[in-house]
Design a protein. Structure first.
Length: 255
């Protein structure tokens, strides 16, 4: 009889301990034991937290720096003429040397293209793009700076428009790239793309490539405060007045 009572007490104690542990766990994690559920977009945290503000500030700073690059380009009459003829431009405000990044970002920039089917042929709003690595290597003694890739034909800008990530921008049988620091005016007229840079020395090597280009959806969303992709931006589906000065610097009023 005594053994049966002790067994009952032991069992009760064990149940009490388990119950207490479960209560402590529930207090620490109210969702313990519940199935995870997918939040609807209306339930997500509004884009006014510190992380979102930082991302928006970074995107705006990139646009401001891109504007300064365009203003510097405009100071050169020859490159200014190319800007007026360009169908698109990929602007990278800060670039130092080649990088090889696996699963990460080697650099970032903005892309703007001429609007198709519009009489004014104005520029789109900027879409944000990252890249993994490039073949660009400043010559010995050259300082870090900026570079821009001018797309001189509609076909040259199509890969940015279509939103197929990731891809590589490079010279091929169907696409020629001229280096502004070494090519002549005649070469510019025949090139599909023209590379410009403000580095203190021209880029070494004849091969030009920018690898693993992909749209930066986080910065696109941060800058426009809506879920939008690069294809929609470059098609004129969204705009942000903060980019108007950049668009005007490129030579056309904002649409």
């Amino acid at each position: 009889m005594l053994g049966r009572v002790m067994c009952t007490l032991t069992t009760a104690s064990a149940l009490f301990l388990v119950s207490t542990a479960a209560a402590d766990t529930a207090a620490e994690n109210p969702l313990a034991g519940q199935e995870p559920r997918q939040l609807e977009s209306s339930q997500l945290t509004p884009r006014d937290g510190s992380v979102e503000k930082d991302a928006r500030s970074e995107a705006r700073e990139l646009v401001e720096n891109a504007q300064r690059v365009v203003e510097e380009m405009r100071a050169d009459p020859e490159i200014a003429n190319l800007l007026d003829r360009a169908e698109g431009i990929f602007i990278v405000p800060h670039y130092a040397e080649p990088v090889a990044v696996i699963g990460g970002r080697g650099g970032e920039g903005v892309v703007l293209v001429r609007q198709k089917g519009t009489q004014a042929r104005g520029w789109s709003s900027p879409a944000f793009f990252d890249f993994g690595s490039t073949s660009l290597r400043p010559n010995v003694g050259a300082k870090a700076g900026s570079f821009a890739m001018l797309m001189m034909t509609p076909e040259a800008s199509d890969k940015f428009r279509t939103g197929q990530d990731p891809w590589t921008l490079e010279a091929s049988d169907d696409q020629t790239i001229a280096n502004y620091s070494t090519a002549t005016g005649e070469a510019f007229g025949e090139a599909d793309m023209v590379l410009w840079s403000n580095t203190a020395g021209s880029y070494a090597g004849a091969d030009i490539s920018i690898n693993n280009i992909s749209s930066d959806e986080q910065e696109n969303q941060a800058f426009y405060s809506v879920a939008v992709d690069a294809r929609q931006i470059l098609a004129g589906g969204v705009s942000n007045g903060y980019a108007d000065e950049l668009r005007e610097a490129l030579g056309q009023p904002g649409l």
